[in-house]
Write a protein that binds this ligand. Sequence first.
Ligand code: MF3
Ligand code: CO
Length: 249
Amino acid sequence: MKKAGEVVAKVFDECEKLMVPGVSTYDINAKAEEVIFSNGCTAPCKGYYDYPAGTCVSINDTLIHGIPSKKIILHEGDIVSLDVVACYQGYCADATRTFKIGITNERANRIIDVCKQAFFNGVNLIKPGIHLGDVQEAIQKTVESNGYNVARDFTGHGIGKGMHEDPSIPNFGKAGSGPILQKGMTIAIEPMILEGKKDTRILGDGWTVKSRDGKLTCHYENTIVVTDDGYEIITLRNKEKETICPNKI
Ligand code: MF3
Ligand code: CO
């Protein structure tokens, strides 16, 4: 799983270079698949319930599951989430980053910051013996206290040999409820948040999930291993390891 996580991080490093105006989401996915396959991994999203690509690329009001397309072009000021799953020798890692295209406005910058902060406010609680509800409540409180909403119909999840394993991990909940974490468990925590109302809609393609009110959305995700006394994030990019909660890695 750690090797898969390194490849996911490498996808972000390579695709970040393409996050500029004029590039299509098809091009982003093509680069991502090239990195995944050339590093000896598989991309389990491709063919999952007939999903056509190795990654999901979701712009602005698209929350998740944007299908890469030559017709969808990045524009200055957009925020673009890239959701990547890679499996190495049958073991998976899953992560999402939201990138800024050129110069973005304060609204865009703030939702990106809050989404990431919500992730860490939840994940920093992780150690053996805590309840998943503790993490879920911390995520929800961070998001809602900043005036945003968490999506209700999509969740984080266990991960391992399958990209989606039990348990399902909503971005809302109550401290003290839910499964108790144990050393060695591997989970994907992924706040999916909305600037406006919590309602979403799925487009006619059967995949693309948008905010119903057309307002901005954001997604941030990592794969995490519960350790003896805390946790380890296995999908961090090298440049992130220096800046993100270094004492926890
Ligand atoms: N990577 C997504 C997740 O975080 C799942 C992708 S759905 C697929 O769970 F259709 F793209 F596979
Ligand atoms: Co996931």
